[in-house]
Design a protein around this ligand. Structure first.
Ligand code: G6P
Ligand code: ZN
Length: 544
């Protein structure tokens, strides 16, 4: 049998997983032993039964294949019995979640920096998902981090790279490595969940769409499902070839980075639906002809219409949204008589609620929507649920949105991002807000009066764990609000996120300009936080 080799090492600083795994520049990961230290720390602390199976795959970005080969050798040296790896090293994040669940793996390593750019000078990331298919909860990521600070050796075996491009099984040491089709299991699952016949019928009668895979991981999935199984015309999927540098673009499906799609959808040649997904396939962007749907609204609209999808009929138990996500979903939950949970930012906080059957559908303002079918948010799933609803109801995205707002009212919403700002300035801004909290209620900020303000803390209703300091909420009289948070996914400086929301009831103006409807909240945010003074920026870099 191949000899296990123990390689002495010393800890690297800063291997603390953020909102979604360890994300650093590729150059950082390329330091000798850097990825190995982190992977060994994962293997040292995570729960594993006898003869465990590990799932392995990534979004195909630069350095993916290198780390996959390292991880295979290390898994063999660490007692795994089997590794399931996506062909070409590819597995979208939701597809990986599905494979973990379907084949009862003890967990998986997902190699991705999500929507961050890729390439030798850009970002890489490693995330561990547990046996339920979801991101490791905080207790696990804390244990991994603690281990990285004390690690003194990692284990590997000396075997050549395996052929990642050929389906089938090979032995690495005594461990079996199966190179699996990354798409098939996922496509089958989607076909079980949705009314493909109804979608095929509207496609046959002329319904058109464009799906922008942003040269990232969803290309093969979207081509197989949309063009292959649902009959959309060839060319419906654009930028469908996963590239190591995403073609030099930012694979983030928002109005800035998917501007071509947005322009098409606002123009005279718009198809019925425009959609996009991110680097690792868990985010989604939905645009109807002439109508952008915010992620917060998308969650509410999908929840309100979920009965259209066969697998969800009669089984909506609850809805969950992250705190900065608008309260549009809360109104739907109330109307449907189901609970709505408000969690901190990060998909991992939905895991317990989903496992306990307390919620069926979840969503975040950061372009994430998903359900209990896996334990990750799922970009293509959201697109397919939209298609299913539009097909069954026979209406356009714009009609559906207008009808929804007329019934529930509209939560005008935007997020302003100040990217890569000075960390000290950002920390000072947040500290300044915390210092003001005790006295903010009753303060007048321009046209608005503060009703309440707090630092959001969450107690998980399933395991009782508490997560504090999850963002500053400033709630105004009349129901509008501003939320401040520092991003947990950036790799340079700090990113300040300012979330703005203004609710208008069904009797109000439901088709106004979003920035006009949020002008008072934008001014109040500046007044209370001193954004320009702390960051040196007078305008956000990205508005989503
Ligand atoms: C990742 C996580 C999401 C989270 C998002 C924003 O995509 O999977 O759950 O909402 O990051 O995080 P950030 O900390 O950058 O606002
Ligand atoms: Zn992602």
């Amino acid at each position: 049998m191949t000899q296990v080799r123990t390689v002495p090492t010393t800890p690297f600083e800063g291997q603390k997983p953020g909102t979604s795994g360890l994300r650093k520049k590729v150059r950082v990961f390329q330091q000798s032993g850097y990825a190995e230290n982190f992977i060994q720390s994962v293997f040292d602390v995570v729960e594993r039964p006898e003869a465990p199976t590990l799932v392995l795959g990534g979004d195909g970005r630069f350095y993916n294949r290198t780390v996959i080969q390292q991880a295979i050798r290390m898994a063999a040296a660490n007692g795994y019995a089997r590794v399931l790896v996506g062909q070409g090293g590819i597995l979208s994040t939701p597809a990986a979640s599905n494979v973990i669940r379907k084949y009862k793996a003890s967990g998986g390593l997902i190699l991705s920096a999500s929507h961050n750019p890729g390439g030798p000078d850009e970002d890489f990331g490693i995330k561990y998902n547990i046996a339920n298919g979801g991101p490791a909860p905080e207790a696990v990521t804390e244990a991994i981090y603690a281990r990285t600070t004390a690690i003194d050796a990692w284990r590997t075996i000396d075997t050549p790279d395996i052929d990642l491009d050929t389906l089938g099984s090979v032995l690495v040491g005594t461990m079996t490595v199966e190179v699996i089709d990354p798409v098939a299991d996922y496509a089958d699952l989607m076909e079980e969940l949705f009314d493909f016949a109804a979608i095929r019928a509207v496609v046959a009668s002329g319904f058109t769409m464009r799906f922008d895979a942003m040269s990232a991981v969803t290309g093969p999935y979207a081509s197989a499902i949309l063009e292959g199984r649902l009959g959309f015309a060839e060319g419906t999927v654009v930028n469908g070839q996963p590239l190591e540098d995403f073609g030099g673009h930012h694979p983030d499906p928002n109005l800035i980075h998917a501007k071509d799609l947005y322009d098409l959808m606002m123009g005279p040649d718009a198809p019925d639906l425009g959609a996009a997904s991110d680097g690792d396939g868990d985010r989604n962007l939905i645009i109807g002809r002439g109508r952008f749907i915010t992620p917060s609204d998308s969650l509410a609209m999908l929840a309100a219409n979920i009965e259209c999808a066969p697998a969800y009929r009669g089984r909506l138990t609850g809805i969950a949204r992250s705190m900065p996500t608008s309260a549009a979903a809360d109104r739907v939950a109330q109307a449907l008589g189901v609970p709505c949970f408000e969690t901190p930012t990060g998909w991992k906080f939905f895991g317990n609620l989903l496992d306990a059957g307390m919620v069926t559908i979840c969503g975040e303002e950061s372009a994430g929507t998903g359900s209990d079918h896996v334990r990750e948010k799922d970009g293509l799933w959201a697109v397919l649920l939209w298609l299913n609803i539009l097909a069954v109801r026979g209406i356009s995205v714009d009609q559906l949105a207008k009808e929804h707002w007329a019934r529930f009212g509209r939560n005008y919403y935007a997020r302003h991002d100040y990217e890569a700002v000075n960390k000290e300035g950002a920390d000072a801004l947040m500290a300044g807000l915390v210092a003001q909290l005790p006295t903010l209620a009753g303060t007048v900020l321009g046209d608005l009066t503060v009703a309440a303000a707090d630092s959001f803390a969450y107690t998980d209703p399933v395991d009782g764990s508490v997560s504090a300091n999850q963002g500053i909420r400033v709630l105004f009289e009349g129901g509008s609000r501003v939320v401040f948070r520092l991003s947990g996914t950036g790799t340079a400086g700090a990113t300040l996120r300012v979330y703005l929301e203004n609710f208008v009831p069904p009797s109000g103006d439901l088709d106004a300009d979003t920035s006009a409807m949020l002008a008072a909240q934008i001014a109040a945010a500046e007044a209370v936080a001193g954004i320009a003074g702390h960051t040196g920026r007078t305008a956000p870099d990205v508005i989503t």
